[in-house]
Design a protein around this ligand. Sequence first.
Ligand SMILES: NC(=O)c1ccc[n+]([C@@H]2O[C@H](COP(=O)([O-])OP(=O)(O)OC[C@H]3O[C@@H](n4cnc5c(N)ncnc54)[C@H](OP(=O)(O)O)[C@@H]3O)[C@@H](O)[C@H]2O)c1
Length: 301
Amino acid sequence: MTEHAMTEHACTPVTVIGLGSMGRALAEAYVGAGHPTTVWNRTPSKGAPLVALGARQARTVDEAVAASPLVIACLTTFESTVEALGPAAGTIGGRTLVTLNSGSPAGARAMADWALGHGARYLGGAVKNVPSAVGAEDTLLYYGGDRGVFDEHAATLRVLGGDTVHLGDDPDLAALYEMAVGGTLLPALVGFFQGAAALRARGLDAASMVRFGAKWFEMIGALLPVFAGEIDRGDYGDAASSVDLFLAGAAHDVAFAEEAGLDVEWHRPFHDLLRRAVDAGHGGHSISALTEVLRSPAHPA
Ligand SMILES: NC(=O)c1ccc[n+]([C@@H]2O[C@H](COP(=O)([O-])OP(=O)(O)OC[C@H]3O[C@@H](n4cnc5c(N)ncnc54)[C@H](OP(=O)(O)O)[C@@H]3O)[C@@H](O)[C@H]2O)c1
């Protein structure tokens, strides 16, 4: 990059729409990195701390959009983003809109249609971390949308996190990966909370299992490439951990729950899933064969 181009990047004006916990962190990162930063929020009082840091607060969303070639929106949903940006529909043309809210792939496609329909360019993104991690070298954000648009703004987007990834040209890819990756969160956390409940019932601190739990998650992480390979090849024959083995373990879960006095109703659907896999002929197959059962809903929508 030439010195001139670097200077241009450092000067790229950025508008941040939505100053909740995440939007405020995004705006702070841009002010901290020296970008002229314009902010707008439905509830204007949330702009005051950013103005104190050096941001400019727009009075209207239209004025905010007009201020910068790059507009980053971080509202609660795609629907609220379309609603909030409505008054700026005539101004957004020729600018790049980036959304960083959670939502469904369908919501992201509708958002892209709205932006492209008003002449804007669009990247649908996701922040895969908490607000306090925004700006850190290893913070992950990913984006879907036109590669050329991503490349043009990559340096400015990287201000929000060093691990910035372009997933592909489809604008709904970040929403798709967000849903796909996020599916582990609730089962993993409920499993940890169940363990904590068992330890507390014995008068032991939950903190005493953190080191072991973290190591367990590391081990699960190390297995993901093995399972992904089986799923992508559709070959579940090399079963180091079979569906039958997991189903046998279900009996231990029930016995342990009784001994520890735990509510383990949440196990029931998992055990049903294992049984459906056995019924479908996957008993001797790798546990990753559950993917095949999950692809054929028991109760299609
Ligand atoms: N916080 C996190 O840890 C985290 C992490 C990763 C991703 N995210 C995602 O980031 C997005 C924002 O999260 P957040 O934590 O910043 O949420 P938040 O603190 O609840 O803030 C929500 C923001 O959306 C605005 N908003 C909602 N509906 C609106 C509407 N109809 N018109 C105009 N503005 C509207 C709110 O404006 P008002 O101030 O006027 O209410 C506020 O600025 C969500 O999709 C969330 O899933 C959050």
